[in-house]
Design a protein around this ligand. Structure first.
Ligand SMILES: [Zn+2]
Length: 540
């Protein structure tokens, strides 16, 4: 038996909010792939005096793997040419891969670049069940980071039939079966009912009580059923919701109505920025961030990620087909729209957010308002909905906007002011995030919301995922290039260079459910699906 490797990360200024450590000078001890309380004297040391030590970053919502992401890669050959990623020379001589970057990096580049930012865990936010095997294959090819995905439910034919028939228990068992057979981590809902209506030739749904086929099926019923299923199956992460009416002026009413519909039930509302607009369709936009975040602040059972818009290139990738049709029609850009039989939709439009564009400036401001008005950073965590609002490579710049008011105010002056009337940003929001709060919104908070007790902290038993930053008054510079990144006890990044690229682990759930549901689902497959029940899913 070999002795597990040991390392003392010595003398750093540690931010470990889950364990109440906020800038204390102390050592972090690693044995094998775990954090331990202490190590004997004489073990190898990494001297990090004067540096900032945090747990590895955890991204709760990004689009990094699977058939939708791969469609986006194919749509963007110009990005491949503009941003080649040569294979990095690894210290242990292990093979590395070349790839391409841009807004939708290739699998290997995705793993290398996340690690290069100090992130060690990322969750792929939307996978159609039919594409689960593809998503696993891509995640297998995404090195270093631990990963999992959320499986799309809420526009799938079998589920909607159960809701129409009042079969709530069977809907829950179906969700349990589907999570297990696709090796997913959580339930994702995208525009409940709206994608189904769009696929059937309609425009979309407009609110929570629109009828979706059967009069018994509404967006409200879908939300209630799946929130109940996630809680009934005791999933570590609650239902992950992309509300109806994404990107529409006035959609804050729908967002608040969706939150009220789940009153008292645990739920995560994703990329809240895209759902926090006031105004009216055809009659202009304004910020409704204050109303929405006030509601979140007052409801401890709710959590959100922000989905910040960052200026520059982005690629919008979503199961929300009707939204992408609107974006394609208004932008005139190239696009993809896919019907995934019986299950969901998919739309992709490359996009650019410009400081001088009024709507983009409003979106940027709304995201910052949500961050700056949030009372509990544990429940309002950082995302750009990569690559929808901007790529994950823009996180350091976003951290600077949160930590540095003078810089934020300077940027605010440079953006189009047309739609900013009423924005709390113009009232001179003085808040500056502390390093401890950044540690919450980028690692401790997401880990807790995901129900990952071994992630996002540096207490004994935690995964030995640690990031060390050299302090810099320019926080964007500081967070863009960690001095060391340690994943599972191994130094993977040193002085900005990728040194090692081990495989990451897969995060998946296997909930208990009544297996009687399988017989019924099989009958449905025999009647309607082009894929055989036996060939479905992504079990090894
Ligand atoms: Zn997303």
């Amino acid at each position: 038996m070999t002795t597990p490797s040991r390392l003392r990360i010595a003398g750093g200024t540690v931010y470990d909010p889950a364990n109440g450590v906020d800038g204390a000078v102390q050592d972090v001890c690693i044995e094998g792939d775990r954090i331990v309380a202490e190590l004997p004297a004489g073990v190898p040391r990494l001297d990090v005096r004067g540096m900032v030590v945090m747990p590895g970053g955890v991204d709760i919502h990004a689009h990094v793997a699977g058939s939708s992401v791969n469609h986006a890669r194919r749509l963007l050959p110009e990005e491949h040419a503009a941003d080649p990623v040569p294979a990095p020379p690894l210290a242990d001589g292990a093979p590395a891969r070349s790839g391409t970057g841009g807004t939708v990096p290739s699998t290997f580049a995705t793993g290398y670049r996340y690690a290069g930012l100090g992130y060690t865990t990322a969750m792929e936010a939307a996978v159609a069940p039919l594409a689960a095997r593809h998503a696993h294959a891509e995640l297998d090819d995404t090195p270093i980071i631990d990963s999992g995905f959320y499986v799309l439910l809420g526009n799938d034919d079998y589920l909607l039939r159960q809701i129409a028939a009042g079969e709530t228990a069977r809907a829950r068992d179906y969700a349990g079966w589907l999570l297990g057979v696709t090796r997913a981590y959580a339930i994702k809902i995208v525009n409940p009912g709206g994608v189904t209506v769009w696929k059937g030739g309609g425009r979309n749904v407009s609110g929570l009580d629109d009828v979706v086929g059967s009069s018994a099926v509404t967006p409200r019923k879908i939300l209630e059923t799946l929130a109940g299923a996630a809680n009934g199956l005791a999933l570590p992460h609650p239902v992950h919701i992309h509300c109806n009416n994404l990107g529409q002026p006035g959609n804050s009413a729908t967002t608040l109505e969706s939150m009220r519909a789940l009153a008292g039930r645990r739920a995560h509302f994703t990329h809240l920025q895209f759902h926090s607009y006031g105004g009216e369709r055809g009659k202009g936009w304004k910020s409704a961030a204050r109303d929405v975040i006030d509601y979140v602040n007052g409801h401890a059972e709710l959590s959100v990620d922000v989905g910040q818009v960052m200026f520059g290139s982005a690629t919008t990738v979503t199961a929300d087909g009707p939204v992408e049709h609107l974006l394609y029609a208004s932008s005139g850009r190239k696009w993809v729209n896919v019907d995934i039989e019986l299950e969901t939709g998919c739309g992709i439009v490359p996009y650019a957010y410009r400081e001088q564009a009024a709507v983009a400036a409003l979106q940027w401001a709304v995201g910052l308002e949500l961050f700056l008005l949030a009372k509990d950073p544990w429940r309002v965590v950082l995302s750009t909905d990569h690559p929808n609002g901007g790529t994950f490579l823009s996180y350091p710049e976003l951290i600077r906007l949160l930590m540095d008011r003078a810089y934020r105010d300077e940027r605010l002056k440079a953006v189009n002011q047309k739609l900013l009337a009423g924005s709390a940003l113009l009232d001179g929001l003085a808040r500056e995030y502390t390093l401890g709060e950044i540690a919450i919104v980028t690692r401790a908070g997401p880990a807790r919301l995901l129900g990952l007790p071994q992630k996002g902290h540096l207490g004994p038993g935690a995964d030995a995922d640690v990031t060390v930053y050299a302090p810099d008054a320019d926080r964007a510079k500081m967070f863009a290039a960690p001095r060391y990144v340690i994943k599972g006890g191994t130094v993977v990044v040193q002085d900005g260079q990728l040194r090692r690229a081990s495989a990451g682990a897969r995060l998946a759930v296997r909930p208990d459910y009544d297996v009687a549901v399988k017989k019924d689902v099989k009958r449905f497959f025999d009647d309607y699906a082009t894929v055989a029940f036996e060939n479905y899913g992504a079990e090894p």
